[in-house]
Design a protein around this ligand. Structure first.
Ligand code: NAP
Length: 245
């Protein structure tokens, strides 16, 4: 049995390890966005497929028996492509998506916004020393509205956009600890924390730290998941789904 695992997340790496342990042949696919990605066990391919048709072709040519889409909740395009390509090629598809943070204590007080442009405008109203943790690809939306702010920006790789002089860019990759996140917010004297609703535990401590320090939080809502299709939120359930095939 051969599984194509659309990856780029901690869950995808955990699933690759679990399936390899069960003797399933897994090929993890990465987009190639990060300079030095954390690699899963097993085979890895890197780069886009060339849209829905390219992915459907790949499924046939590579004799893929099943696809697990374990990409990040904000990687909406590849999830849509996977749904369409699997339907076209007649290959079973499972979506593995970690739960969001909307159930966390204090989340009802967060500023929930529909996108990064709105997040930038809301953040500009909250103060002048935001801590931005939205990822490199979204930074462009914040450059204009927060140009005069002393923003602290945490990204894995160097931003592709030119950032304002007043910003401080820190290159780092999680997981993070609560004490360290609280120290970061305090040291910067942050008056807002800006994040996407990525979910999971690796980057969650910043939210707990913001809550304990009374720092306002701006959260970008998730894009919609593709309609229909089987979805699980736990790696173990994805292992069971593959085993059932
Ligand atoms: P996206 O906007 O949904 O996808 C854009 C294009 O990138 C897709 O159409 C596809 O190209 C290619 N692509 C995306 N994921 C791929 C994968 N796993 N394997 C092969 N090609 C892939 O994706 P994105 O938001 O830029 O995210 C890219 C990757 O980074 C994802 O795999 C995701 O799991 C990971 N990631 C994303 C975020 C985030 O915040 N967006 C955070 C952490 C990790 P073609 O159309 O040519 O096939």
């Amino acid at each position: 049995m051969k599984v194509l695992l659309l990856g780029g997340t901690a869950e995808a790496r955990a699933l690759a390890a679990a399936l390899a342990g069960d003797g399933v042949r897994v090929v993890t696919s990465l987009a190639g966005r990060v300079a030095r990605p954390r690699l899963p066990v097993g085979e890895v391919r890197v780069g886009g497929f060339g849209g829905v048709d390219g992915l459907a072709r790949h499924l046939g040519e590579d004799r893929v028996d099943a696809v697990v889409d374990a990409t990040h909740p904000f990687a909406a395009q590849i999830s849509g492509h996977a749904a369409a390509a699997c339907a076209e090629a007649g290959v079973p598809l499972l979506r593995l998506a970690r739960p969001g943070w909307s159930g966390l204590a204090g989340s009802e007080a967060w500023h929930w916004v529909g996108g990064h442009d709105e997040a930038a405008l809301v953040t500009a109203r909250l103060g002048a020393r935001p801590f931005l943790t939205v990822g490199r690809q979204a930074l462009g939306a914040f450059v204009g509205p927060l140009a005069g702010c002393a923003a602290l920006v945490r990204v894995v790789d160097e931003p592709e956009v030119a950032v304002p002089e007043a910003w401080t860019v820190v290159l780092s990759r999680g997981p993070y600890r609560l004490d360290d996140e609280a120290a970061t917010l305090r040291a910067h004297r942050a008056d807002a924390l800006v994040t996407k609703d990525s979910g999971g535990d690796h980057t969650r401590p910043k939210l707990d730290a913001a809550r304990s320090l009374g720092v306002p939080v701006v959260v970008v809502r998730r894009p919609p998941e593709p309609p229909d299709g089987a979805t699980v939120s736990e790696v173990g359930d994805a292992v069971d789904w593959v085993a059932a095939r």
